[in-house]
Design a protein around this ligand. Structure first.
Ligand code: ACM
Length: 269
């Protein structure tokens, strides 16, 4: 594994429904950004405010064999980087709010959002598998999506699975998430890369405004980079993912081993 790696977060404003155009932008940004890992927002090829499930179905992608995945694989290979992006997924008759990790080798990993936010429950099927941790040449990467942040169990599962860096594609609308991610970083001793989007969508009888402020936090909760609340921009940080293997908070406190699990049994019933 590389020692120091450059992680990037591409805060952007996807154009609703313009899959090709959004993919072109993802390609250009990936080619131009010198990073070992680049994270894009949730639903980066489609935008957020689907009128209904049928519109979502039209914009959802085949993340197993689809042409868009072939394109992301070529991109990761040619730019020699790891790409994480949130994408709408069609799988049989199911529709998921997913994130993919695409490695330069061509290996891909899909995570399907477990915790659907508000109206997403009418559109998407909830994920059916644990969030993955993938051992890559730039560290052990964990995947979660946006609203998963409010369930500390998700980040904890990733940390227990060995994640050093949590990649967190987002379309955040509640402005306290970014602060809450400080807790996800320190309580698990992991780096977190929250890649949010900016802009608004008014396709229904409401306006959704996304809060930007994408951030890269260290395993000790330090802000290594933070974006504005309203502009498209790329932020980067140079990190050593193995720093996240040190789980000692004091000389005698290990953030995972000190858990008193015998008293937490009700958490799982
Ligand atoms: C969200 O989960 N997109 C808020």
């Amino acid at each position: 594994m590389k020692g120091t790696v450059v992680v990037a977060c591409s805060q952007m404003r996807p154009e609703f429904g313009a899959t090709e155009q959004n993919l072109n932008r993802i390609s250009r940004i990936t080619e131009e950004t010198k990073a070992d890992l680049i994270v894009f927002p949730e639903l980066a090829t489609s935008g957020y405010e689907f009128r209904d499930r049928s519109e979502l179905g039209e914009l959802a992608l085949d993340l197993i064999d689809g042409a868009e995945m072939d394109r992301l694989k070529s991109l990761a290979r040619d730019a020699d980087t790891h790409i994480v992006a949130g994408l709408p997924e069609r799988f049989g008759d199911k529709l998921f709010n997913s994130a993919v990790l695409v490695e330069p080798s061509g290996r891909t990993t899909v995570y399907r959002k477990l915790q659907l936010f508000d109206r997403e429950k009418q559109l998407f099927d909830p994920g059916e598998e644990e969030p993955p941790v993938v051992d890559t040449s730039v560290g052990r990467l964990g995947l979660m999506i946006c609203f998963d942040w409010i369930f500390p169990e998700v980040a904890r599962l990733l940390a227990l699975g060995g994640a050093q860096v949590i990649c967190h594609p987002s379309n955040l609308v509640l402005d306290y998430c970014q602060r809450a991610m400080f807790a996800r970083s320190v309580e698990n001793g992991v780096f977190t890369v929250t890649c949010n989007r900016v802009g608004s969508e008014s396709r229904l009888d409401r306006t959704m405004t996304f809060t930007g402020a994408s951030q890269i936090l260290s395993n000790r909760g330090q802000t290594l980079a933070q974006a504005s609340t309203d502009r498209e921009e790329i932020i980067t940080a140079r990190i050593n993912p193995t720093d996240a293997d040190d789980k000692m908070i004091t000389a005698t406190n290990h953030v995972l081993d000190d858990r008193r699990q015998e008293f937490y049994i009700r958490l799982t019933v």
